[in-house]
Design a protein. Structure first.
Ligand SMILES: NC(=O)c1ccc[n+]([C@@H]2O[C@H](COP(=O)([O-])OP(=O)(O)OC[C@H]3O[C@@H](n4cnc5c(N)ncnc54)[C@H](OP(=O)(O)O)[C@@H]3O)[C@@H](O)[C@H]2O)c1
Length: 328
């Protein structure tokens, strides 16, 4: 039997992608074949498919770092045919064929039974972006962040991670200052629960090694100057969760915020998050953190056949929230 997949290859040193029919593979020990219902396009997928970042360990490969659907067959007794499941990170769509396909075969250790409160479509609307936002909040809270300590800044707020971080923090009672370079998304971010929506310029961050303390924490998706500036304004013992590099992978810093204010810079890496933590964070999302207006985070839903133009839309910052892929 064959199935459709978005294959990425490198030909004469140039990365290219196309939809192609693939042969269904045979199950080895402790593996699961999933009939994929939904996936979502993440910034990392766009970088990989368009050859703008070194995402894949080999070519050709099927792209897509997350997926959700139904178990077609399993050689592992934790899963049976018909179970609803999801996979994100772990190497999916990076070192093994990923989620932009009608089927995928993965190690059973990567598979999460669909948490209570979620279904494949909702799980992939949340996807790696929403999972990473929840993981960042988990990191902040494990480092003693509390809503009464003051506002949390979310950068790149109108993107996938930013939309979920804004909504989830607000659900948990935090005051959220959403930072967006696109004024047009102000009302959207207010509807996600932001108390204030500002442009990076309106923050007036200053350039001294330490500036006045204004924010209790940050969830940063963009890196670069914005991250450099925000770290100088964090309250005593506040936290900065470092997620992304949409603007720049570099930033400038001194040790003063850390050694004079006890500020922590917390790493967030969804791809290799250990399974017990990954599973716990997904359960929490299902129970507590699904945005009430989650449908408005879906910029659009596309069929696998219509996926091609979406990667540029993401890197050219023309989307909002999430682009959902219907793989059926
Ligand atoms: N560490 C992890 O495990 C992990 C997991 C998921 C994603 N990420 C990273 O986190 C970042 C956000 O991911 P995402 O899926 O939310 O991507 P996304 O949907 O494309 O959102 C990124 C947002 O960042 C802002 N932005 C984009 N380009 C910018 C630029 N040149 N300068 C300043 N701001 C810019 C935009 O927000 P505004 O227009 O509102 O300013 C954009 O919507 C990416 O760097 C991604 O690689 C990391």
């Amino acid at each position: 039997m064959t199935f459709l997949a978005c294959r990425v290859d490198e030909v004469d040193g140039k990365v290219c992608f196309d939809l192609a029919q693939q042969e269904e593979q045979i199950l080895a020990e402790n593996e699961v074949i999933i009939d994929i219902e939904f996936s979502g396009i993440n910034f990392k997928d766009a970088l990989g498919v368009l050859g703008k970042g070194k995402i894949y360990t080999h070519y050709p490969i099927t792209a897509g770092i997350d997926c959700a659907g139904v178990v077609e067959s399993s050689s592992d007794n934790r899963f049976k045919t018909g179970d609803r499941v999801l996979v994100n990170g772990c190497g999916l769509g990076e070192n093994q064929d990923g989620g932009f396909a009608q089927k995928v075969k993965v190690p059973a250790d990567w598979v999460i039974k669909m948490p209570e409160g979620l279904d494949p479509r909702t799980a992939m609307t949340i996807g790696t972006a929403g999972f990473t936002a929840a993981l960042a909040i988990d990191r902040l809270e494990q480092n003693d962040q509390k809503p009464d300590q003051g506002p949390i800044v979310v950068t790149g707020a109108s993107g996938g991670v930013g939309s979920f971080a804004t909504s989830m923090l607000s659900t948990l009672g935090y005051e959220v200052i959403a930072i967006t370079g696109r004024e047009v998304h102000k009302d959207y971010l207010l509807s996600m629960g932001a108390s204030e929506v500002l442009s990076p310029e309106a923050l007036k961050l200053g350039s001294r090694p330490l500036e006045s303390t204004r924010f209790a924490g940050v969830i940063d998706n963009v890196g670069g100057d914005l991250l450099s500036g925000l770290i100088r304004h964090i309250h005593l013992w506040g936290n900065v969760a470092c997620i992304g590099m949409a603007a720049d992978h570099r930033y400038q810093a001194t040790v003063f915020p850390q050694i004079l204010r006890g500020v922590s810079l917390l790493g967030v890496s969804s791809a290799n998050c250990p399974m017990p933590r990954r599973s716990r964070v997904w359960q929490r999302i299902g129970k507590q953190l699904i945005p009430k207006n989650i449908q408005s985070i879906v910029d659009k839903e596309v069929a696998l056949n219509d996926i091609a133009p979406c990667f540029n839309e993401i890197l050219e910052r023309r989307h909002r929230g999430r682009i959902l892929v219907n793989c059926r």
